[in-house]
Design a protein around this ligand. Structure first.
Ligand SMILES: [Zn+2]
Length: 417
């Protein structure tokens, strides 16, 4: 059954084990998952280190939404981490439909509660935080459960509190007929110590040159995160297993980051601490969203045209179908790109992706066959780059890609001004 990647079944079983509980940054669940991957990597003969860093986390105590007019009823909702908080009794106001936070639809008055069809971007958030008392965001599709997401804590600090919740699509449809609502969001913030897991194997001929394999170990709040990203972590560890007996010319370093869902915090801390060594990193292979059955494997290259061509050549030579795009990925590879390190993001697109960041992203959508093409391609890519006498592409990140990376951090992620 497994013809392409010998560790498909191993990856699947590890993914299932990791996805048995939520792994929110700094939580006990994350600690248990970390212990499991440390044990596995050590067992394959790697030197494993824990890299601590400080990170802010939130805890939602209560999220509630009540329609007041035209009739009284409760609507189930989930709180957005770091968005803000209401008094114990909540805030009451007129419900105003603002679509995506379009300036034209945002009233100049204060004290109302917005109903948005999508989460506003950083600019939209800034505009709303000064005026709205709260925000209700509709899920993007009728098939989706409630998102358990957060906004960067910097938004709360810069623009003030905008307590926000998600509601299901069908509930949002009914809310279009509501006039007044009461929104309650109680959450606490604190700083914790979190850990990246770093494992490496020194290269035999060019040990100073490094190929990274990265995946984020954390999940969003209260979600088991099977495809996002127990699958990616399991695949990274499966690659470590597959390469454990191989002598490679370059150093291969596995990095399993924490705090990704809170704004790439673990990888940002990692690149900050190793700024001087990053010029020796030839490639980052980032694995985020894996294991979803019945799908296709895709790649996003953040780097040169020749890197994209090298990957396409590899895929064609072996006869695996992979759609390759050039872009910035909203994942840990962006932290490396910001420091000039190119990356290939390999991920799955499947029916399971619809459940990402909701309680429905559980182990049932995982399947061993989902690791076949993705595992094969990632392994061939790492082997090829780690063993080539010369790096087979231009390592420089072109200006237009650099611009996209910069824009990602300023606007989309919005953690730098
Ligand atoms: Zn992810």
């Amino acid at each position: 059954m497994f013809r392409l990647f010998a560790e498909s079944l191993y990856a699947y079983e590890l993914a299932r084990a990791l996805a048995s509980q939520p792994r929110f940054t700094g939580s006990d669940g994350e600690a248990r998952a970390r212990e499991l991957v440390v044990k596995e990597l050590s067992g394959f003969g790697y030197d494993v280190r824990l890299e601590p860093f400080r990170v802010r986390v939130f805890e939602v105590e209560r999220a509630a939404l009540e329609v007041i007019e035209p009739e009284r009823r409760e609507v189930e909702c989930s709180g957005v981490g770091f968005s803000g908080e209401t008094p114990e009794e909540g805030v009451e106001g007129e419900l105003v439909y603002i679509e995506g936070g379009d300036p034209l639809l945002v009233p100049s008055s204060r004290g109302w509660i917005g109903l948005a069809s999508t989460r506003p971007d950083k600019e939209g958030w800034r505009r709303l935080a000064g005026r709205a008392s709260g925000l209700v965001i509709a899920e993007s599709s009728p098939q989706r459960g409630l998102s358990r997401v957060d906004v960067p804590y910097e938004w709360r600090e810069r623009y003030g509190s905008l307590p926000a919740v998600y509601v299901r699509y069908a509930d949002a449809l009914r809310l279009l007929g509501a006039r007044r609502v009461r929104l309650t969001l109680r959450q606490e913030y604190r700083e914790v110590e979190a850990f990246n897991v770093i494992a490496e194997r020194r290269g035999t001929k060019y040990p100073d040159e490094v190929v990274y394999v990265t995946a984020h170990l954390d999940s969003v709040y209260g979600v088991r995160g099977a495809v996002d990203n127990a699958g990616g972590v399991a695949l990274a560890v499966a690659l470590a297993k597959a390469l454990s007996g191989a002598a490679l010319k370059r150093t291969v370093r596995f990095a399993l980051f924490s705090g990704e869902e809170l704004g790439l915090r673990g990888s940002l801390a990692h690149v900050e601490a190793r700024k001087d060594e990053l010029r020796n990193v030839v490639l980052v292979v980032n694995l985020d969203v894996h294991g979803g059955a019945l799908g296709t494997t895709r790649a996003v290259v953040t780097g040169s045209k020749s890197l994209k061509h090298a990957l396409e050549f590899l895929a064609k030579r072996h006869g695996v179908r992979v759609e390759v795009a050039e872009d910035v990925m909203s994942s840990d590879s962006a932290s490396f790109a910001r420091q000039g390190v190119p990356s290939v993001n390999i991920f799955r697109v499947s029916g399971a992706n619809n459940a990402v960041h909701t309680a429905d992203d559980g182990p049932d959508s995982l399947h061993p066959l989902a690791f076949e093409v993705a595992g094969f391609l990632a392994l061939e890519l790492v082997r090829e780059v780690a063993n080539a006498e010369e790096v087979p592409y231009d390592r420089e990140i072109p200006e237009e890609v650099k611009k996209k990376v910069d824009e990602y951090f300023r606007k989309r992620l919005g953690i730098y001004e």
